[in-house]
Write a protein that binds this ligand. Structure first.
Ligand code: GSH
Length: 222
């Protein structure tokens, strides 16, 4: 008998979306528990007592937290449609870029979104520098994973989802065709891939959410 599989997520958070995409790409059935992060369920707190964040994947009653860790678990548990390459060195390279996406790209884009004036400008510079590295990594490839969507595509997939929302809310451009032709093309192709496209939060709802968030950050700085 298949063990029960449950994903704790929210409708909009980019981290659980990684898990949604990976499970769908592998054709794994699961149940969803939608959390209200302003009022976290006792189960979420029990399953992720340290970070208290989504996503949490619960497999046969056992919880796994942290989206990149969960992705690795999924990859090791269900071998079909592999997301990581076979070669150990290439696997390490993929993990490097996934971590770079969180440590550097995400942090710089957060800096752009949460600040204004000089700090935002610094954030833009840092984001462009980081995005340049991703542009380089895409040379000669359709996806970061090669011909098919892989681990790195899923890990940095939030870029295709959220950057244009952030650009619209903040009123600036980061990923343009002129600056980043490959990344720009990747954004469109990744977003258009059926499984990604079908599991994308509605843009108008995201814009409204991020507009409200942005106003909160800006009013704190006045
Ligand atoms: N490093 C974590 C980040 C997860 C994360 O930041 N989740 C946010 C939603 S976007 C959350 O649950 N926040 C609740 C909180 O901080 O209280 C991962 O990759 O899973």
């Amino acid at each position: 008998m298949e063990e029960e599989l449950k994903l704790f997520r929210t409708w909009s958070s980019p981290f659980p979306l990684r898990i949604v995409w990976a499970l769908k790409l592998k054709g794994i059935e699961y149940d969803t528990v939608y959390e209200d992060l302003a009022n976290k369920s006792p189960l979420l707190l029990e399953y992720n007592p340290i970070y208290k964040k989504v996503p949490v994947l619960v497999h046969g009653g056992k919880p796994i937290a942290e989206s990149l860790v969960i992705l690795e678990y999924i990859e090791e548990t269900w071998k079909q449609n592999p997301l990581l390459p076979q070669d150990p060195y290439q696997r390490a390279v993929a993990r490097f870029w996934a971590k770079f996406g969180d440590d550097k790209v995400l942090e710089s884009i957060k800096k752009v979104f949460m600040n204004q004036g000089k700090v935002r400008e610094e954030g833009v510079e840092e984001a462009l520098e980081n995005l340049k590295h991703l542009e380089e990594e895409l040379k000669g490839k359709r996806f970061f994973g090669g011909e098919a969507i892989g681990f790195v595509d899923i890990a940095v997939g939030w870029l295709a989802n959220l950057v244009s929302v952030i650009e619209e809310v903040v009123g600036l451009e980061l990923i343009t065709e002129e600056r980043f032709p490959l990344l720009s093309k990747w954004t469109k192709e990744f977003a258009a891939a059926p499984i990604i496209n079908e599991n994308w939060p509605p843009r108008d709802k995201l814009i409204a959410k991020y507009q409200a968030l942005h106003q909160t950050f800006m009013s704190k700085q006045e």
